[in-house]
Write a protein that binds this ligand. Structure first.
Ligand code: NDP
Ligand code: MG
Length: 391
């Protein structure tokens, strides 16, 4: 994979107001030599978007929720081009930057990835759901060469870093680490009564709500295995998840000669975000480092598939192929939202996703369809199914 590191580079940032978007903007504020922000987008947090725009002075500011336009314009202290409405994300001018950074959450990030790739751009991708839903389409479009998709996800950045100077043919397997989330030590019985408040407390990372819930169910690790499958071209059987509660080792590549390489560091998304901007070079930045003289232990344990069925559902969906990963993704987004609104229990997240996958077998019988409209259709179908699903 390659990326340039030239001053004056321009950036489009989809999802600027989120956890990844704001950390990226902090990096750019502190390191102006990395480039200039050309476009910022948000969904509905108008005030936050306007404040970020006032600092970074992009030419174009996009707000998907039109009802917040007045608030955006009231807080803006200069006159950028303002685009509003969901369809604004389709505007070709957004894709005219040197690097497109996709930090949207869920399926909302899929079409911006598709558009950026069609426009010939390189995408720094935090939105793993783009690869889960449309990895097969992207692979076809990119002719199997994913070097225009730069991973921002910490595990995939770790793999990418460990693979510098190595050939893909020498990979034996990938070991993808998982923190295990807040319920790693909870019994099956205790897990019956998990509340949204419990699940929103991640032990190591501070992230947006959807990925925090996905991390707690281990759906996130399943999505990341699919992400790794597409990015690094390995079959799912050679991508092995392992629980590493300290989140110091971000992933490991095992090579054919028995040697392994890992990338390490305290859990901090700014490291992989910065690396996606500068790779294969490194730029000085005051991120925290490992304190080697402090006594500590790094431990590993296998995934408990009984208590965490979501990871198995993701693996199975990828192995089924066709529309199944898109169905998994959409049903999971809806189930997580329903859990947060307390209309599903924690354990029903996996049950709802499994029911959607089972029902989709009769709905999408052709497994060789690979076009964007079919993925959109599968997403809409699974959303409707999961919204009305009852245990
Ligand atoms: P957040 O929920 O914090 O932010 C999401 C961003 O997308 C916000 O700017 C939000 O706007 C915008 N957005 C949300 N829904 C829509 C929509 N329907 N249409 C347009 N814009 C929308 O998410 P995170 O930053 O946590 O995650 C972003 C992506 O990065 C996810 O795919 C996640 O899996 C991945 N990731 C995140 C990590 C993290 O540490 N947070 C780590 C690794 C991967 P608004 O603020 O206005 O609602
Ligand atoms: Mg990750």
């Amino acid at each position: 994979m390659k990326s340039s590191n030239s001053p004056g580079r321009t950036f489009t940032i989809f999802g600027a107001t989120g956890s990844i978007g704001t950390q990226l903007l902090e990096i750019l504020e502190q390191t102006p030599s990395l480039g200039r922000v050309r476009v910022l987008t948000a969904n509905r947090r108008a005030q936050c978007l306007a404040e970020l725009a006032n600092t970074h002075r992009p030419d174009i500011v996009v707000l998907c929720d039109p009802s917040q336009r007045a608030e955006l314009e009231e807080v803006l202290t200069y006159k950028p081009t303002v685009l509003v409405g969901e369809e604004a994300l389709d505007d070709p001018s957004l894709y005219d930057s040197d690097l497109v950074i996709n930090a949207l959450v869920g399926f909302s990030g899929f079409m911006p990835t598709v558009r950026a790739i069609r426009a010939g751009k390189t995408v720094a991708l935090a939105n793993k759901e783009s690869l889960v839903v449309g990895g097969a389409w992207l692979s076809q479009e990119l002719q199997g060469d994913f070097s225009r998709i730069l991973p921002v996800d910490s595990e995939h950045s770790a793999m990418w870093q460990a693979l510098q100077g190595e050939s893909r043919e020498s990979i034996q397997k990938i070991i993808i680490t998982a923190s295990g989330g807040p319920f790693r030590e909870w019994s099956n019985a205790q897990m019956e009564s998990i509340t949204p408040k419990d699940a929103l407390k991640h032990p190591n990372w501070s992230m947006g709500a959807k990925i925090t819930i996905d991390s707690s169910t281990l759906m996130n690790k399943g999505l990341e295995m699919i992400e790794a499958h597409w990015l690094f071209g390995l079959p799912m059987e050679r991508i092995e998840p392992v629980v590493h509660p300290q989140s110091i080792i971000h992933s490991v590549i095992e090579f054919v000669d028995g040697s392994s390489k890992a990338q390490l560091g305290p859990p901090d998304m700014k490291v992989p975000i910065l690396y996606a901007l500068t790779a294969p070079h490194r730029v000085a930045y005051p991120n925290p480092t490992i304190q080697w003289q402090e006594a500590s232990q790094w431990t590993f344990e296998p995934v408990d598939h009984d208590r965490f069925p979501c990871i198995g559902l993701a693996i199975a969906a990828q192995q089924t192929g066709g529309m199944a990963p898109a169905v998994l993704n959409a049903a999971n987004e809806v189930a997580v939202a329903r859990f947060l609104q307390e209309s599903l229990s924690y354990k029903q997240i996996a049950q709802c996703v499994e029911a959607a996958l089972d029902a989709s077998v009769n709905e999408f019988t052709q497994t060789n369809v690979n076009d964007v409209v079919s993925y959109q259709h599968a997403d809409h179908w699974a959303r409707r199914y999961a919204k009305s699903w009852k245990a």
